[in-house]
Design a protein around this ligand. Structure first.
Ligand code: SAH
Length: 305
């Protein structure tokens, strides 16, 4: 039995093979949901769709809703009953929003994904001769839009999986429920394979380690001081800031930019903006004083008259 990959550096582990995973839709009414399910499957890297007695299929609506996943639909297999659809499966997990009177082994979507992954590996690792294990397929079974899965159908499943949705409205759209479960399967698979998009090296935004992958070095203290001086002067020249009554404007500006920790290019851009504003303020002031001088001259002339 394979063990879980330890957390940390991504390894060169091979991604588990999801080709044994089959999504089974039971007695679906709306072909649009079949198409949307095909799309969700392809998005999550699962290729196998099985349809048990679909009410309206094949269907153009299903094809439209599948968009670029029509290949999944074209390969989908149709079965008369759930028993037939899961006949070759060594693990069957049924998705249901409702708890049943007779409790069955319950899984969260994440636990479900781990079970699926371990089962794919168990089947892949099975020694030759253990043909049953080698051929083991895994079914994720979803019910009808109106009434879900019957008790009888749920009893054909080894486990039940429930998406912990809002208690006041816990029933998801069929294709949305398929997406949630298949997303968890995909994440479990990527984690196991040490996919760099999920591992410790993933470029997640974390202020503490930001410097490691940021493209431009952070502005240093000297650059920030020059910036604050420039900002203050511009705000005074604009008559926005009164140095006689400074209140907490500049400390608040420092706290704002301290939180952001701009890089040196960002500070250069901000200095450029300030210089641009300075120039406009200078021109506006020059115009005002020229106008004032005109008015002064006119007043003197009038007085002289
Ligand atoms: N009204 C139905 C729900 C149908 S939704 C009922 O009460 O059972 C169609 C299918 O989507 C369900 O049969 C189930 O397979 C899946 N589904 C919807 N919401 C779910 C949830 N919260 N948890 C697990 N599966 C869910």
């Amino acid at each position: 039995m394979p063990t879980e990959k330890p957390q940390g550096k991504p390894s060169q582990a091979i991604a588990p093979d999801l080709s044994r995973v089959h999504v089974v839709l039971v007695n679906t009414s709306h072909p649009g949901n079949i198409g949307a399910t095909a799309r969700a499957l392809k998005n999550m890297g699962i290729a196998n769709l099985r349809l048990v007695d679909p009410r309206d299929y094949p269907s153009d609506v299903a094809m439209w809703r599948a968009v670029s996943a029509t290949d999944v639909l074209e390969r989908a297999r149709v079965f008369p009953t759930l028993v037939d659809a899961v006949a070759d499966c060594s693990m069957v997990i049924g998705a249901s929003a409702r708890s049943r009177r007779m409790p069955w082994p319950m899984l969260t979507p994440r636990q479900c994904a781990r079970h699926v992954l371990l089962e794919t590996q168990r089947a892949a690792d099975a020694i030759s001769g253990d043909e049953a294990a080698k051929s083991g397929q895994i079914a994720l079974v979803f019910g009808r839009e109106d009434t879900g899965l019957t008790n009888d159908e749920l009893q054909q499943c080894h486990y039940h999986v429930q998406i912990p949705a809002n208690e006041e409205y816990s029933s998801l759209n069929l294709a949305a429920a398929v997406m949630v479960i298949c997303y968890e399967v995909r994440i479990a698979m990527l984690e196991h394979a040490g996919d760099p998009r999920l591992g410790a090296d993933a470029p997640m935004y974390d202020p503490a380690s930001e410097d490691e992958y940021w493209d431009v070095p952070k502005a240093d203290g000297h650059q920030m001081e020059l910036f604050y001086q420039h900002l203050e002067k511009t705000l005074v020249d604009m008559d926005f800031h009164d140095p006689e009554n400074p209140r907490l404007l500049m400390p608040r500006m420092r706290r704002l930019f301290g939180r952001i920790r701009p890089d040196s290019m960002e500070i250069n851009i901000l200095r450029g903006v300030l210089t641009y504003i300075d120039e406009h303020v200078r021109r506006a002031n020059a115009n005002t004083s020229a106008n004032d001088k005109d008015t002064e001259k006119k007043t003197l002339k009038n007085k002289a008259k």
